[in-house]
Design a protein around this ligand. Structure first.
Ligand SMILES: [Zn+2]
Length: 492
């Protein structure tokens, strides 16, 4: 219980807080009114703040609202309720006891399953009255309520017109505006015309590695309407991650999986998310296999070869599409490998065909640097900018959605002809000591390869791939970490 609003902290504490809020609000109201006194002064051709006595001749009255300036917060507190909190088909006199989250020092009270549990909550009631009139709010609810919503019995349908809200400030009830959040169907209704609202409802996406790419893809998919996620990572959020990760600094120390799961629930309360705090490696391969089997597609936002190799093996075995997005050093470039088991190349094929493209990877964390420190020379941590990672997050999200909707008629079908490559490359800049240092500048009208564009690259299944080629059938030892080291030159 938070001491600021907690019952255990004593009512005087709460009263002090609310009193100070009221004082601030009162002075804000006065300030707002003062600022609203504006005129357009034709002689100076300027908008001016004036007092009634100093009004210039021929001045035109305007308000800041007319100009779209400084429209402050609503004068009454606002109560926001998720629809599942509305007690349908209950008799008048019924009261539901709930906790309300208090935002912005009493500006907004939120009730319901939207968002995760927060500490700053107060006691509240949602009650049904047939004739909600003056005095009703005193006659219902519970003695320790700090907030009440009265619904009219016949019409308690989640419509704010039939609701009366009030908030207790310094022992007195004050009217509050009530707003109902949309139901599940309405949350993503604006996509109508592109994809059906429920098109991605049943899809299950497994994200292995919840770093800056994995977390970004997860949140973008949630915004597109994907509602079933499995998030797998054993890493915790460090202060150094925050500049690129979707999680805020207040989540430092939390498991990345759990932090992102909470962000997803805040975005869409109907999301089902399972978190697995474990590393993707050979010892965990059985658990990984179960998880992959229950998913429609897998995204491997991993920073190590072993994890990618294990995931590659499991997805090949289970016949699941796997996307392996990654950044090159300091995010000068990004690439996405699309593994379509049985029909295209896999991660082993990429290593065999282009080991340098796999070795030239971004080192974005201390843990990853330690994993790569196979010589006496320390590997520096050199993460790229978040906006250089963003194109890879966006493209990976597109590829996932395209895969999930492959059997459905949507406006996105035309992209099927575009997104056929097994490997995609994006260049953020012409990095020295990279194969792209000598590219012509992008300029305009230049029909050559340049930075800041996506390229689909050809990549064939490699006959000597230890994962999907003929050699792979020779024995399981070829899938082991030592086989990866031999291919990539990376230490175990
Ligand atoms: Zn292969």
């Amino acid at each position: 219980m938070n001491s600021r609003f907690g019952a255990s902290g004593g009512s005087s504490n709460l009263s002090n807080v609310l009193q100070s809020i009221k004082k601030v609000n009162t002075s804000n109201d006065a300030l707002r009114q003062e600022r609203q006194r504006l005129v357009y002064n034709p002689s100076t051709r300027r908008f001016e703040q004036v007092t009634p006595a100093a009004r210039p001749e021929g001045a035109l009255d305007v308000t800041q609202g007319d100009l779209g300036w400084g429209v402050g917060p609503p004068s009454a507190p606002r109560i926001v309720i998720s629809p599942e909190q509305v007690p349908f088909r209950k008799a008048p006199g019924f009261c539901r006891r709930v906790r309300a989250t208090v935002w912005d020092h009493g500006d907004v009270y939120a009730i319901g399953g939207y968002g995760h549990e927060r500490e700053e909550t107060v006691s509240a009631s949602i009650c049904i009255m047939n004739n909600a009139g003056p005095g009703s709010r005193e006659a219902v609810g519970y003695a320790d309520d700090q907030m009440r919503v009265l619904l009219r019995g016949e019409e308690c349908d989640g419509n704010a017109r039939h609701a009366e809200g009030s908030v207790k400030i310094e022992g007195a009830w004050v009217r509050a505006d009530v707003q109902f959040l949309p139901g599940k169907d309405a949350l993503f209704s604006r996509f109508g015309g592109i994809i059906e609202t429920d098109a991605l409802d049943e899809s299950r996406v497994c994200i292995v590695g919840i770093g800056s790419i994995g977390s970004g893809v997860t949140v973008e998919l949630a915004k597109a309407g994907v509602t079933h996620f499995i998030l797998l990572d054993d890493d915790r959020l460090e202060p150094g991650n925050v500049s690129r990760h979707v999680s805020p600094i207040s989540h430092t120390g939390r498991c990345k999986t759990k932090s992102v799961a909470d962000l997803l629930r805040d975005k869409n309360p109907f999301i089902h998310v399972v978190t697995m705090e474990m590393k993707a490696d050979w010892p965990t391969v059985d658990a990984l296999r179960e998880t992959v089997r229950s998913s429609d597609i897998v995204v491997g936002g991993l920073d190590n070869h072993e994890g990618r190799m294990v995931l590659n093996r499991v997805c090949l075995d289970e016949g699941k599409c796997l996307l392996l997005p990654g950044m090159r050093r300091r995010a000068y470039a990004g690439q996405i490998l699309v593994v379509r088991p049985g029909t295209g190349p896999c991660y082993g094929c990429l290593i065999a065909a282009s080991p340098e493209s796999v070795r030239d990877q971004e080192v974005s964390s201390e843990r990853q640097a330690r994993g790569l420190g196979y010589t006496d020379k320390a590997v520096p941590v050199e993460p790229g900018l978040s906006n250089d990672v963003a194109p890879v997050v966006t493209m990976t999200t597109k590829l996932v959605i395209q895969h999930l909707l492959q059997d459905r008629a949507t406006k996105l079908r035309s992209l099927d002809a575009d997104l056929i490559a097994p490997l995609y490359l994006w260049l953020n800049r012409r990095e020295q000591d990279s194969p792209f240092a000598a590219l012509s500048p992008m300029g305009y009208g230049v029909d050559e390869m340049s930075v800041l564009r996506w390229y689909g690259l050809p990549l064939k299944r490699h006959p000597s791939c230890p994962c999907c080629g003929d050699v792979a059938k020779a024995g399981p030892e070829l899938h082991t970490p030592s086989a990866v080291s031999a291919l990539t030159g990376e230490g175990e």
